[in-house]
Ligand binder design. Sequence first.
Ligand SMILES: [Mg+2]
Length: 189
Amino acid sequence: MISKLIPDAYYHSIEEIPYTTLYDHQIRLILTDLDNTLISYRKTEPTEELFRWKNQLIQMGFEIILVSNSRKKRVEHFAKLLDIPFVKFAKKPLKFGLKKAIKSASFKVSKEEILVLGDQLMTDVFAAKRMNLKVFLIQAIDSKTEVWTTRMNRKLEMHFLKKIRKKYPKLYEERLKEYAEGPHDRTEM
Ligand SMILES: [Mg+2]
């Protein structure tokens, strides 16, 4: 099971991801988490940077779908403002939400064409890996705003990170060390 908690890569922010390379490698659909991956929970509107990010990716030929575990109106609100489709109450790490999003894509998409983005091992990475999808772990924007379920997941994360370090030292070093041992979110930097 713990191999399913190892992301394909770790990035400090969504802006750092090499989208051109991904496009060259046939990635076409991006399924992204909302809170603390794209935007701080403190924000009620998308930032200028987020609009720019989205526009740039759409222009490059990617399709983006929000997949959030949140049940709040907030998901819909952001999706509307950004003009992208969404799945809320996705129940990650269950496959349900990601599957629903894939089905709703505007084209028939194969697994090799999908990239999942998220800031949590226990939900985003685990859900993606259970479906054998490529997933990048993103440093949380502002972990102080995390809800209680997320705070519980963070404790679980620490437990599994130690196991991964023992069993897969090389992968841990490459993809998780910085995440595990660095500042937990960007506001702490
Ligand atoms: Mg999140």
